[in-house]
Ligand binder design. Structure first.
Ligand SMILES: NC(=O)c1ccc[n+]([C@@H]2O[C@H](COP(=O)([O-])OP(=O)(O)OC[C@H]3O[C@@H](n4cnc5c(N)ncnc54)[C@H](O)[C@@H]3O)[C@@H](O)[C@H]2O)c1
Length: 384
């Protein structure tokens, strides 16, 4: 029986942001090792990254197509590939590996167009491959506890949702003199690399995803305004969203909200109580039962462990976990799923608790519908 996996990575060189987070997160449970990679568009940096991670030169590739081709025919081929490149490459890379029969873990947003997203979904299904999307925030223990509490009716029937994801790292680009430099140096601001949206595609998509993960509610229609402040793509967006069952909510995302760092805050209101989770204080969940005082639930505490999800915690109460652990929790389930599939063992709902290619398709639809609404200046139906 197989107990360990091997993986490859595309993107994630030594200077990149998220690839390193993936590698560290995968390392948490020591059930998979990095054996292959095409880490960079810069060959020298790609090689340096491979050396730093002791990836054999024979499995260090200049081109991801060559990597998929050569890995697919090896007896000890990689069990999955993690895609950590800018958005414009996700579709081509994912398609190339799926066609070669290799499982995929891909960064969000899944790709540029809905047609591409649905094609990837179809391909993963046809080939019976695992396709995970790293919507990071669904990996936090207290988000999973909140989801379980909502399922168990702790806040009753959902009546309102308020989610915000505010940052200020692009606030300098509000000054026209800085705009050229910003768009040249930051791929997220450039439609060629980022797609039709910057802010909604980069962080608004996380806000949409976490609400769906927590509540299971589908969007029926939305109205959105975007602000580009002279840049090619949006830097700020405000939305009203109508979900199924007439539930309404507001979503705000911004990269120019002075004083906000990585402020994802989600508030779910029901007719029996409310839940509030803040990404910058991820070990705590605020629960207020109707007529009662707010209770600050801590990850790792005995009362939190009365929920199944509370037992996913890795460190004792009061010892902060964080973003890398959230990623590790996603990978824990992805690795279990791949291992069980390879060993022909049955999968449980808990094993497959990670966001998959269908959630990736939803993410791409969300970006397109939000931009469509802001351009038309009106509500748009979600699934037409
Ligand atoms: N889930 C999250 O919380 C989260 C956080 C940050 C970024 N992201 C996503 O991760 C992706 C990467 O973002 P980042 O901030 O790490 O970007 P980055 O610019 O820091 O890194 C991009 C990496 O891709 C490599 N690359 C570019 N072209 C390549 C090619 N043709 N072949 C191989 N490698 C290539 C670059 O060399 C670099 O290593 C984006 O899609 C972004 O939306 C997700």
């Amino acid at each position: 029986m197989k107990t360990r996996l091997t993986y490859g990575m595309v993107g994630g060189d030594l200077k990149a942001f998220i690839g390193d987070v993936h590698r560290k997160a995968i390392g948490f449970d020591t059930r998979a090792i990095l054996v292959a990679g095409c880490f960079s568009s810069d060959e020298k940096l790609g090689k340096e990254t491979a050396e730093a991670y002791k990836v054999d030169p024979s499995r260090t590739y200049k081109d991801y197509r060559e990597m998929a081709e050569k890995e697919a025919v090896r007896e000890d081929k990689i069990d999955w590939v993690s895609i950590c490149t800018p958005n414009f490459l996700h579709y081509e890379i994912a398609k190339t590996f799926l066609e070669k029969g290799i499982n995929v873990v891909c960064e969000k947003p899944l790709c540029f167009t809905l047609e591409e997203a649905e094609e990837l979904e179809r391909l993963a299904k046809e080939k019976n491959l695992v396709f995970a999307i790293t919507y990071t925030y669904t990996g936090y223990t207290m988000v999973k506890v909140a989801r379980e509490m909502i399922k168990k009716g702790k806040i009753g029937k959902i009546i309102n949702i308020n989610v915000e994801y505010a940052q200020d790292w692009l606030v300098d680009s509000l000054n026209p003199e800085n705009q050229k430099a910003t768009s040249l140096s930051v791929w997220r601001s450039d439609p060629k690399y980022s797609g039709i949206s910057n802010c909604i595609g980069d962080i608004g998509t996380h806000a949409e995803n976490i609400v769906h993960y927590l509540t299971g509610l589908e969007i029926k229609k939305l109205v959105c305004t975007t602000d580009n402040y002279g840049m090619a793509l949006d830097l700020n967006a405000n939305m009203i969203i109508e979900y199924e069952n007439g539930v309404r909510g507001a979503l705000w995302c911004s990269q120019v909200a002075c004083s906000h760092l990585n402020g994802l805050v989600v508030r779910i209101y029901g007719d029996k109580g409310s839940l509030i989770w803040r990404q910058e204080h991820p070990d705590y969940l605020e629960y207020t039962p109707i007529g009662g005082a707010p209770e600050l639930m801590a990850r790792g505490a005995g009362y939190t462990k009365t929920y199944d999800a509370g037992n996913l915690s890795r460190l004792p109460v009061g010892h902060p976990e964080g973003l890398i652990v959230a990623f590790a929790n996603i990978y824990r389930n992805v690795i279990t799923t791949i291992l069980k599939k390879e060993n022909n063992e049955p999968l449980t709902e808990a094993d497959t608790d990670f966001q998959n290619v269908s959630n990736g398709v939803d993410g791409v639809r969300f970006i397109h519908k939000a931009i469509e609404s802001s351009q038309k200046g009106c509500w748009v139906n979600y699934k037409d």
